[in-house]
Design a protein around this ligand. Structure first.
Ligand SMILES: [Zn+2]
Length: 417
């Protein structure tokens, strides 16, 4: 019997998981290592136990579901994504990739299909980075780019420490066998929603992702001198708000208008003391910059630093800029993208090659194993939003493509080995 995706089951699982952390507007708030995240892990673990698969976790609470293959000594093929969400997130970002991967295991089990090596599903810890920055902590720790101890003292906006929440999350799943970080894998495939509009507009079923653009996060703090809004005349002001807004205006008018591939976003902005009738003494904002080319990304950061220094000087203020996250651009494995294309052709699913604008765990995993991603269309390209929506047919076709590409890879990689 040929393994087949059970579309109805996949859609049911998607709506079951969307109940966990459900928001009024129909999205989810299931931030990393929260009680909602733990509830989603619990549900997955219960499904795993019911199907007779084995569940594992590592020191950063990456969750693995293993279906054994013929040869237990060979490294497993890994598929999956993440279960955490943005605070006002959608029900498909991450969940679709994780549950489609689980559907692959169930489809294989239903068909009693033996694979040459084990296949494992992974749910990476803290992909989003909204509650504990930075994002993709789980995959960074998995590939050795960071250690869980590096993040233990990170505190969330609700005052919880990463270390404590990590310990509570690990303890909440006692049936999961602990395994070392970075257990070897033969390859990694991740299915994800596009988070952009191009597949939907072009009427395509899938994107074969060949590369991911680089991302850097900066924290910028302008410091000046607090003063009375009514009595401090212009000559006596050292106003960090004037410096910050003029710097931002210059950057927003130049960086993206001059380079179609560049992205610059200021998502957080705060002042201290934040009083209506006082000149602030500090103004802080975050900057998220992205580019597919490493040198261009570095040039954008250098320009931000230079413009901020100039703006600070012009207001007799000072500025400090720190980098909190730096993910270089990366390319995926040609072997793996070829496997996805072979599978897409076999299923007659129209596709195109794409570069991912968002970062993903797959980018770090590509450092240790042949890796690629599959994108499926989402309505109007909307993501990180409670209205995020994926047509049932696109979700099911994505899972079918993941299943076919996984089988293609398990066989082919073993031949290569
Ligand atoms: Zn995601």
């Amino acid at each position: 019997m040929r393994p087949e995706v059970n579309g109805e089951r996949l859609l049911r699982r998607l709506s079951d998981f969307a109940e966990i952390g459900k928001t009024k507007a129909g999205g989810v708030n299931r931030q990393a290592l929260s009680s909602e995240d733990r509830a989603a892990r619990r549900l997955l673990a219960d499904l795993v136990t019911a199907r007779g698969f084995n569940v594992f976790q590592d020191a950063i609470a990456n969750l693995f579901v293993r279906r054994e293959g013929r040869d237990a000594t060979r490294p497993a093929m890994l598929i999956g994504s993440h279960l955490d969400s943005q605070p006002t997130g959608g029900r498909f970002d991450g969940a679709l990739g994780t549950l489609a991967a689980f559907e692959v295991l169930e489809a294989l089990e239903d068909a009693d299909h033996e694979t040459a090596s084990a296949i494992e599903v992974v749910a990476w810890t803290n992909e989003e980075g909204s509650r504990f920055a930075p994002g993709v902590m789980g995959s960074m720790a998995f590939v050795g780019a960071a250690h869980p101890d590096d993040f233990r003292s990170v505190v969330s906006g609700d005052g919880e420490s990463f270390g404590q929440e990590l310990a509570a999350t690990l303890a909440a799943l006692p049936e999961a066998t602990m395994r070392p970080l970075g257990t070897p894998i033969s390859a990694y495939l991740e299915l994800h929603i596009e988070q952009g509009p191009s597949l939907e507009r072009e009427g395509l079923a899938a994107g074969v992702v060949t590369a991911v653009q680089g991302t850097r996060w900066l924290a910028v703090t302008f410091s000046g001198s607090a003063g009375h809004a009514g009595t401090t005349s212009l000559a006596y002001r050292r106003d960090p708000m004037v410096a910050a807004t003029s710097a931002l205006n210059r950057l927003q008018m130049s960086i993206m208008p001059q380079d179609d591939d560049a992205r610059l976003t200021v998502g957080r902005f705060s002042t201290h003391p934040g009083s209506i009738n006082a000149i602030p003494d500090h103004v802080t904002f975050t900057v998220d910059i992205r580019h597919p080319d490493a040198l261009s990304l570095a040039a954008i950061e250098a320009r931000i630093r230079a413009v901020c220094e100039e703006a600070a000087l012009s207001q007799r203020c000072s500025v400090e800029i720190s980098t909190s996250f730096d993910m270089p651009p990366g390319s995926f494995s040609k072997v793996m993208t070829d496997r996805i294309e072979t599978a897409a052709r076999a299923l007659a699913l129209p596709y195109k090659h794409m570069i991912s604008g968002a970062f993903h765990d797959a980018l770090f995993v590509s450092r240790v194993a042949p890796t690629a991603m599959i994108f499926v269309p989402c309505r109007d390209g909307v993501s990180h939003n409670e209205t995020e929506y994926v047509e049932p047919a696109h979700a099911i076709n994505g899972a079918r493509l993941l299943l076919a590409a996984t089988l293609e890879s398990v066989c082919s990689l073993l031949v290569i080995v």
